[in-house]
Structures are given as C-alpha cells and as structure tokens.
Design a binder for this molecule. Structure first.
Ligand SMILES: O=C(CO)[C@H](O)[C@H](O)COP(=O)(O)O
Ligand SMILES: [Co+2]
Length: 217
C-alpha cells in the first residue's frame, strides 16, 4: 500500500503535538521531519531535541530528512532522539556508503536523497546499503514550491534500478505533492508521498490526508 508522510515543516509549531496527533488519526503512515542547517539549504529548522520531544507523542515512524552538510556528525544524535528512518543527501556525502553504514549501526533505516539535478547513477554503488530513496521533486529548502515534472522520469529510472535488488527499497517523493502530482509519481513507481503544505496548509487535515489517499487508490 502507498504511504503518506505529512511534513511538519508546514505545521503550526506552537501546537506541534496536536498537529501530529491530527495527522496520525487521519491515517498518515510516516511523519516527515525536515532538518535544515542554513548551509546546505538557506533555511534553518529543527535539531535532535525536537525529534526527542515528538517521539513520545506519536507511534508513527519518524522519517528524518537531513538537509545539512557533514550529516555524519549528527547521525547518532538523531537516532538516539528516536528517528526511525534517516535520509542523507548524496550531494553532502563524499563517503556516502560509510554514512549509510553508520545509519544502520545507529539502529535506523537508511535513506539516500537526490536533488533534482543529481542523476540516478549516484545510487548505483550504494544500493546494498539503502532502504529508501528520496527523490526531491522540488529544490530543497522550503515548503510550498511547485513540483518539477521532469522528476517523473527519474522515478521510473529509480524503479528500474530497484528491480534488480533482492531487498525491498522504498521510493519516496518530496516537494509539491498534491492529489494530481502524487498520482503521476505513483504511476511512475513511487511508494511514499511527503506532503507539507497540501496537508498542513488546509484547515481540515484529515480531509487532506484522505483526499491524497483516494488520489492514490
Ligand atoms: O524537504 C522539504 C523541503 O526541502 C519538504 O519536505 C517539502 O518541501 C514539503 O513541502 P511541500 O509539500 O509544501 O512542498
Ligand atoms: Co523533506
């Protein structure tokens, strides 16, 4: 079944626990948490302490998207704080294979994120250490941007690469996801759909989750 991962980037931070409870009750599958460092991307968001505070508030797997330089210095801290999935950008990791191993030894599932400009070939020699591939469908840094249609072909190419693997690997898409773009990504082979503004920008979040669910079914 396709998975929905609301991104708290667009939530009301003054009542984060209630926001999370709302999307959990509405049937979300993962909780997507965007960590931005002000270096790799211009924006600054959360550190491990926010994840630690959220951990007892939800049963949802915490899907942590690290948009930061030198992520290897923070993997253990995020894992200890309660991250279930930790995804690093290929662009920030000259020693990507080693970082993925570090994520595994810290007890989390390991994801690799590709910026729109990064080719699928960046994944070729790390497939044995990857549990999730996150295809950015906008340039990272901000919520509420417009989906880049050229990424559909990239999802197809990633699906082809996974076809040769014996282990299950999920394809996640992130940026500009709504009912229509989610459906196109699903048809191309995506499994997990991150949505920030589409869900938290609506007054009725449950209805937003359900409309994404029905677009995917
Ligand atoms: O990683 C991200 C931005 O870098 C966010 O997860 C993403 O942009 C979600 O926001 P929206 O659904 O509003 O595009
Ligand atoms: Co994200």
């Amino acid at each position: 079944m396709k998975k929905i991962a609301p991104s708290i980037l667009s939530a009301d931070f003054s009542k984060l626990a209630a926001e999370v409870a709302e999307v959990e009750q509405a049937g979300a599958d993962y909780l997507h948490i965007d960590v931005m460092d002000g270096h790799f991307v211009p924006n600054v968001t959360f550190g491990p302490n926010v994840i630690q505070s959220l951990r007892p508030c939800t049963r949802l797997p915490l899907d942590v998207h690290l948009m930061m330089t030198n992520p290897e210095n923070y993997i253990e801290a995020f894992a200890k704080a309660g991250a279930d999935i930790i995804s690093v950008h290929a662009e920030t990791c000259p020693h990507l294979h080693r970082v993925l191993q570090l994520i595994h030894t810290s007890g989390a599932r390991a994801g690799v994120v590709l910026n729109p400009a990064t080719p699928v070939s960046a994944l070729e020699y790390v497939m044995d250490s990857t549990d999730l591939i996150l295809i950015m469908t906008v340039n990272p840094g901000f919520g509420g941007q417009t989906f880049i249609p050229g990424m559909i072909d990239k999802i197809r190419q990633t699906r082809d690469l996974i076809a040769n693997q014996s282990r299950p690997i999920e394809i996640e898409v992130d940026g500009g996801i709504n009912g229509e773009t989610a459906k196109s990504c699903a048809d191309a082979g995506a499994d997990v759909f991150v949505a920030g503004s589409f869900i938290f920008g609506k007054k009725d979040r449950a209805q937003a989750v359900q409309s994404l669910r029905s677009a995917l079914s």
